[in-house]
Design a protein around this ligand. Structure first.
Ligand SMILES: NC(=O)c1ccc[n+]([C@@H]2O[C@H](COP(=O)([O-])OP(=O)(O)OC[C@H]3O[C@@H](n4cnc5c(N)ncnc54)[C@H](O)[C@@H]3O)[C@@H](O)[C@H]2O)c1
Ligand SMILES: Nc1nc(=O)c(N)c(NC[C@H](O)[C@H](O)[C@H](O)COP(=O)(O)O)[nH]1
Length: 275
């Protein structure tokens, strides 16, 4: 990988983000930050499968600063197929190697469509010690009936330290149940803070998701929402972020300009109770 480290953020910008970062020491459950970059018409890409750069250099740097503060970063498989993302942290953290500063990449991919190769950016970031090896979450049903060619592929990428992890309850047709299963698995594997970067299906689902808290109460799994808004329109064919129903539960909202973009950071009132 030949990516350049990102330049430092000013003190005022780190002060802006500070209140929204995962707690230290971490709490007992997985702290979830939902973050993405959208156009003025709430599109996150020009069309399905199209990588679309929205963030300018300043807000991009903000995203990598956030990556440095999370144990893991999660995307849906369509984002991997469209964007070939590195999912590492290119913001330099004093006293940590790039790999140590990077979150664990996690890809939700029930039927292993990503078919990661050694040349994909996420695998290259890991092999060049600029990131961590990805975990690919597949459904337990798919894994139980894996074909010989997929098994060979899995063995090949696992030999590099990547993991293909079967998850009971991970299913495309009951995605709310999937979130409960994903968060349980991540907690068992000592992930205490998760940054979710997209794509649209993941974001739209998570905005309305409800999982059981320790005492059985239904809660939203999302603690913090951080959105970069870029001053462009992507039009009607764009990939839209718009949940299936209305919601109005953000609080302690701050807006901050980052270059030509503006970033909104907020807490989610439903992170504790969903009626
Ligand atoms: N601007 C941004 O910030 C940003 C961020 C990420 C992606 N994108 C764009 O978004 C587009 C991709 O978005 P998308 O909506 O097509 O796909 P996605 O990335 O949300 O992936 C969807 C797929 O992931 C799996 N999946 C997701 N949630 C699941 C669940 N709970 N249970 C089981 N399986 C689950 C399924 O296989 C599903 O088909 C791309 O064009 C990409 O460039 C933009
Ligand atoms: N913050 C942000 N601004 C954007 O304009 C954009 N398109 C994304 N998209 C998020 C998605 O996860 C991308 O796949 C990664 O941003 C790829 O970037 P990396 O190689 O991982 O740095 N995110």
């Amino acid at each position: 990988m030949t990516s350049q480290p990102l330049h430092l953020l000013s003190d005022s910008l780190t002060a802006f983000l500070g209140p929204y970062l995962p707690p230290s020491p971490p709490s007992d459950r997985v702290f979830v930050t939902l973050t993405y970059a959208a156009s003025l018409d709430s599109r996150i890409a020009l069309g399905r499968g199209l990588r679309t750069q929205l963030s300018g250099p300043e807000s991009k740097c903000m995203t990598h600063y956030l990556r440095a503060h999370h144990d893991a970063i999660l995307v849906g498989v369509n984002t991997v197929l469209a964007d070939n993302p590195g999912l590492n942290c290119r913001y330099r953290v004093a006293g940590k190697s790039p790999s140590e500063a990077s979150p664990r990449p996690i890809i939700i991919d029930p039927t292993f469509r990503c078919k990661l190769s050694a040349g994909s950016k996420v695998m290259l970031a890991a092999s060049s010690k600029e990131g961590k090896e990805p975990w690919i979450l597949v459904s337990a049903e798919w894994h139980a009936a894996v074909s010989p060619s997929d098994l060979a592929h899995i063995q090949s990428i696992e030999s590099t330290g990547a993991r293909v992890i079967p998850v009971k309850g991970l299913q495309s047709d009951n995605r709310n149940e999937s979130w409960a299963a994903i968060l349980k698995l991540l907690k068992e594997r000592s992930i205490r803070s998760l940054m979710v970067e997209g794509g649209a299906q993941v974001i739209n689902d998570l905005l309305l998701a409800a999982v059981q808290d320790g005492d059985g109460t239904k809660v939203s799994p999302v603690d913090v929402i951080i959105i970069t808004i870029a001053p462009v329109y992507l039009g009607k064919n764009g990939v839209e972020v718009s949940p299936a129903s209305a919601l109005d539960y953000l609080y302690d909202i701050k807006w901050e300009p980052f270059g030509r973009d503006v970033v909104m950071a907020s807490f989610n009132r439903k992170a504790r109770a969903v009626s």
